[in-house]
Design a protein around this ligand. Structure first.
Ligand SMILES: [Zn+2]
Length: 487
């Protein structure tokens, strides 16, 4: 049944911009989880009569950065419009948004989904607007039902990124949404902290008979605040609509919510149309002229974007595409990696392996961000250098890294303090190996009788005797000689 129908999906992504002040006033943009409610507000963002907005240059600049990163055209003459609607979180009775003159139009992004399928997704537009206040609902309390409102978020700059309906699977939707998040984070305009609500998704889903070019009736799933909700809601809606069409029914155009407990979409209201909003040019703001020189100057200082960096990591450092993908996904990680590579004499891929295998493990275990880690990239490079020089074996080096991670001490200091320098001296090791074999005659006999698995156990004894400092290859060779030969 699924095969007979093709899903068609477009997305709207609302991203709060990390500017210092709000979109149209001087109030600070605060981390919603840190600020006391209603402390960063003023007559403009609470919509008091007579208060006049001014355009935040930094927000426009960030919108241009995103537009350029998404391969958009930047409009020289942009402008703001009033989108009229009533809702308690919007005291003015209208939202200042952009209608027919957005900052950026006609871009695209290329993504590869988790199954390796490539998708070219066009970006219709990216426009600036202001966020609403936040409502908190309380039900059946001792004081009955009530709601509280926090205006801190009201007026925070929002960038709405609208795609064309170019996605045809939940996998493509996921790949596109993660790519947009990755780019926003690279640009430093949005933290991507989904749980803080700084990035919100909407999916417009329709289904049509495969081979048809006409668009089916679509539904709009609002307020998807996690990737999981986005993917599950999209997949659910594709299936729901396909079942209706296959049974000869028709799809109702409507706005849906996602019930994350029951894993179903539910109807919120019938779809509003643009004319319901009575858009008209915002009379309190002048047109927004964006000079070419300004755009060129912003373009010149755009950071290298994740895809380009990934490709360069493969070409320049010889990383596998898998390692390059992991190391370039986040700008701070990529910066850390490149600093460590500059401080290291060996192959960059070795640094990549230590970063992905060992440091990431510690970061995840203790939930530490890479920019807060106490191991400097240079110290990590020196630690790997000690392994390369034969001064530390892998296991000791991992223990040293754990210590560096916990205390911020240098690898040299830890190695000296703990006496971890690797024992590579054959004669010193040979004596230890002979002693281990002599002390464990039953095991040695079992090995000689063909029970080869005992070898690892005996190796373990050698490592214990040396407190893990034996150079494993040397110890292994000596142990084999001692067991196979005459003692
Ligand atoms: Zn304000």
């Amino acid at each position: 049944m699924i095969e007979a129908y093709e899903p068609v999906i477009g997305m709207e992504i609302h991203a709060e911009l990390h500017t210092r002040s709000k979109m149209f006033c001087g109030c600070a943009v605060m981390d919603a989880t840190l600020a006391e409610p209603n402390t960063t507000i003023c007559p403009v963002c609470t919509g008091l009569p007579g208060a006049l907005p001014t355009i935040n240059r930094e927000a426009v600049e960030q919108a241009i950065m995103v537009g350029l990163a998404l391969n958009c055209q930047i409009n020289t003459c942009a402008g703001f419009a009033r989108k009229n609607y009533f809702y308690p979180d919007l005291p003015k009775g209208y939202q200042i948004s952009q209608y027919d003159a957005p900052v950026a139009t006609a871009g695209w992004v290329d993504v590869v989904d988790e199954e390796g399928v490539a998708h070219h997704i066009r970006v219709r537009r990216a426009h600036l607007e202001e966020d609403t206040a936040k409502l908190f609902h309380f039900y059946a309390t001792n004081d009955g039902d009530y709601a509280l409102i926090d205006f801190n978020r009201c007026g925070v700059p929002l960038l709405e990124i609208v795609s064309e309906p170019d996605m045809h699977s939940a996998a493509a939707v996921y790949a596109y949404a993660t790519k947009i998040r990755e780019i926003l984070r690279y640009l430093g305009v949005n933290s991507g902290d989904m749980e803080k609500g700084v990035l919100r998704f909407e999916a417009n889903v329709s289904v049509r008979p495969r081979g048809s070019t006409a668009l089916g009736t679509r539904t709009e799933i609002k307020n998807l605040n996690s990737f999981r909700a986005l993917v599950m809601a999209t997949a659910y809606e594709i299936e729901r609509q396909t079942a209706i069409l296959a049974a000869g029914g028709t799809i109702v155009q409507e706005t849906l919510g996602w019930d994350a407990v029951r894993n179903v979409t539910f109807s919120q209201r019938s779809k509003e149309h643009a004319h319901d909003y009575r858009y008209f040019p915002e009379p309190d703001l002048p047109p927004l002229y964006i000079e070419r020189e300004w755009v060129a100057e912003i373009a010149a200082r755009l950071p290298e974007l994740p895809d380009a960096r990934r490709a360069r990591f493969v070409a320049e450092y010889g990383l596998t595409s898998q390692d390059a993908r992991v190391l370039a996904a986040e700008r701070a990680v990529a910066d850390y990696f490149e600093r460590a590579v500059r401080a290291y004499r060996g192959a960059p891929a070795t640094v990549g392996k230590w970063l992905i295998g060992e440091l990431f493990y510690l970061l995840n275990r203790d939930n530490v961000a890479i920019d807060a880690v106490r191991v400097s990239p240079e110290a990590l490079a020196r630690l790997i250098g000690l392994v390369d020089a034969g001064k530390l074996n892998q296991n000791s080096a991992k223990a040293v890294l754990g210590e560096m991670f916990a205390t911020g001490a240098t690898p040299e200091a830890i190695v000296a303090a703990k006496g971890l320098v690797q024992i590579t001296d054959s004669e010193q090791l040979a004596a230890i190996v002979r002693r281990v074999v002599a002390d464990n005659p039953e095991q040695a006999a079992a090995y000689r009788a063909g029970k080869v698995t005992v070898f690892q156990w005996l190796m373990g004894q050698v490592m214990r005797e040396t407190r893990g400092r034996a150079a494993p290859e040397v110890a292994r060779r000596l142990l084999r000689n001692a067991l196979d030969g005459e003692i």
